[in-house]
Design a protein around this ligand. Structure first.
Ligand code: ARG
Length: 612
């Protein structure tokens, strides 16, 4: 951790303790950015009240006790009692060079969290035989980024893909699948166009609703067989789910998502526990029958009529539902997976459901106070009409087609701007930019706010977009390449292709990569260099904020600002044309910026193009 603003904190605390007594040592020094200096400390105002002093006098007492030897050149009291601090340039330089030495790889660069946790992250969680919609896209992208940031900070992360693979529709889906033949072209729709498959089954079901021995009746019997554990039915169901997994995996692979079949723990996996779970809640008086259904009524939830809101755990027909499986799930995550933190990266409309599940689990003692459970709410993705994104026909948007369009659009731009690149190179860049743009759009807005899906905006080369940040990184690669030092600085070129192998890089960094050559010291002289340096030193702090707040948009904001600061640095400070020692220092600075941009993008799940 080399962030000067954080390193100053213990010194300010020591000064406060000296000035006002030991009992104030843990007081928040209230460190904020300053307009007039590097940072300001605002603690004097609150302390003044407690000590019965005028605020400026309280500030003066802190300053008198403050030891800033070797780290600050200026200390000033301004306004009602702000303490403005200006960092010593030499200190900033030392910190930056330490940072640069550690930053040989992304993983070694990050200081692990003080108390690593076991975190279960529920994300993506699409439904079998249904199209993944843009909302699922967003939970997939946000969840995968959170998982990467937490892992980089040393948490043990357990991914859980809670797919919807159980329930009454499966009778109808299985019957349909048997009728058309598992190898028929209609059956292949499960992989290529799951909505069409589902609609076809649904249509048959609706058309035969009144027919005593028609499709609908067979579908109902099929559900009974499935839930009764009939082996033949179970085997068909398994094959059907396997087909759907092929569809999910095609989307994950297109997006570069780290979920595999091993992370699937669908609704069906809790089935055998549901009866016992309901019985236990009923016996302990935590659930009661209401209108024929077994329900819990956790405190603090009421309907529009002001009546307590029920969480139905056993329907009047004896069936279990979404609430029941979610209760079994949360219990499993705490008991068996031993989570300290459980994250639900799930659409915002499910907030009440999830909070009721958490509340019931707390009442039942399945979710102790020591375990934090959070709904990371995912806002809706809207079309240009401001309504949930739909295709022109009103059908759900096909996600694969949407992703392909992003890549095609990026391809058109790169074909026009970089015709000298090979066909293959342009194809790779187009995929990285197109997919990166879609992911960045999902990540850069607050995860709980709605936003309008707009290709032009997300693919723009200016503003807080994926392509803007990627472009800054590609530009630095090209500068380093021109100077002939790309290989030397970027770990023997292993950043190439964007796939960072953290493990290998770690080993290399620890072994002291012999090919990396002697480290060049970075001199921090010009204001643009200083601004860049101070921002670079905030990388760890930013990641820790993402971990605490579960908001990847903070990392996007950080990278966007880094790219902007780099651009002004490059406008103001010649690199390739500078005289030798300055040139070497600036190239090392460029390399550090590149590592942070690529490493940050990697934690967002976005690749860094070699050429753009
Ligand atoms: N399958 C659900 C849906 O598509 C999301 C599941 C979220 N996770 C959970 N534990 N409820 O809406």
């Amino acid at each position: 951790m080399n962030n000067p603003a954080e390193l100053v904190v213990p010194r300010v605390q020591a000064a406060i303790a000296t000035a006002f007594g030991e009992e104030f040592r843990q007081a928040d020094p209230v460190v904020r950015p300053s307009q007039f200096a590097d940072i300001q400390i605002n603690a004097a105002m609150a302390l003044a009240k407690k000590a019965g002093l005028p605020p400026r006098a309280a500030a003066a007492k802190i300053v008198e006790a403050l030891d800033l030897d070797g780290i600050c050149t200026g200390v000033e009291i301004s306004g009602p009692g702000f303490i403005n601090l200006s960092f010593d340039g030499t200190w900033i330089e030392e910190l930056l060079n330490a940072e640069s030495a550690q930053a040989a790889s992304v993983t070694t660069a990050v200081t692990p969290a003080a108390t690593p946790q076991r975190v279960v992250v529920d994300y993506s969680s699409p439904n079998v035989a249904k199209e993944m919609h843009v909302g699922h896209l967003r939970t997939t992208v946000v969840g995968d980024s959170l998982v990467k940031v937490l892992e980089a900070l040393g948490d043990t992360v357990i991914r859980q893909n809670h797919i919807g693979d159980w329930g009454t529709p499966f009778g109808m889906l299985i019957e349909h699948w048997l009728e058309i033949g598992e190898d028929s072209p209609e059956a292949a729709l499960l992989v290529d166009d799951p909505s069409a498959f589902y609609q076809a089954a649904r249509a048959k079901f609706d058309a035969s609703a009144t027919d005593a021995d028609g499709f609908a009746t067979r579908a109902r019997l099929r559900v009974v067989a499935l839930q009764g554990g009939d082996p033949e039915t179970f085997a068909v169901w398994q094959r059907l789910v396997a087909q759907s997994k092929r569809y999910f995996n095609a989307i994950y692979s297109m997006l570069g998502i780290s979920l595999t079949d091993d992370h699937i723990a669908g609704e069906s996996s809790y089935d055998e526990h549901l009866a016992q779970l309901c019985q236990e809640l009923e016996e302990r008086g935590l659930a009661r029958i209401s209108d024929g259904a077994l329900c819990t009524f956790p405190e603090g939830f009421s309907g529009r009529d002001g009546q307590p809101l029920p969480l139905i755990i056993r329907k009047s027909d004896g069936g279990y539902g979404y609430g029941t499986t979610d209760l079994a799930t949360i219990r499993y995550r705490v008991r068996e997976l031993e989570a300290n933190r459980v994250l639900y990266v799930v659409g915002a409309p499910q907030n009440v459901h999830l909070r009721m599940v958490m509340a019931t689990a707390r009442d039942a003692g399945w979710l102790p106070d020591t375990v934090e459970a959070v709904h990371v709410q995912i806002g809706n993705v809207l079309g240009e009409d401001g309504k949930i994104l739909k295709s022109r026909s009103g059908a759900p948007v096909k996600l694969m087609a949407l992703l392909e369009e992003a890549v095609d659009r990026a391809r058109a731009v790169i074909d026009a701007s970089r015709p000298e690149l090979s066909d293959e190179e342009r194809a790779v860049t187009a995929r990285q930019v197109g997919i990166g743009a879609v992911k960045y759009a999902d990540l850069s807005t607050g995860h709980d706010t709605e936003y309008v899906f707009d290709f032009d905006r997300m693919l723009a080369l200016s503003g807080n977009t994926g392509p803007y940040v990627q472009y800054a990184a590609a530009r630095i690669r090209s500068i380093l390449r021109k100077a002939g030092v790309l290989e030397q600085f970027i770990d023997g070129g292993s950043l190439d292709g964007g796939a960072l192998d953290g493990g290998a890089l770690d080993a290399q960094a620890q072994a002291g990569n012999p090919e990396a050559g002697p480290a060049t010291a970075i001199a921090v002289i010009e204001p643009a260099e200083r601004a860049l340096a101070l921002h670079l030193l905030e990388f760890d702090t930013t990641l820790n904020k993402v971990r605490d707040s579960l908001e990847p948009h903070r990392l996007c904001g950080y990278l966007f600002e880094l790219a902007q600061l780099f651009t002004s640095f490059y406008d103001q400070c010649p690199v390739l044309k500078a005289e030798e020692s300055v040139r070497d220092s600036r190239l090392a600075l460029c390399a550090l910026v590149l590592r942070r941009l690529s490493g940050g993008l990697e934690l967002l799940g976005i690749e860094t193009p070699e050429n753009m």
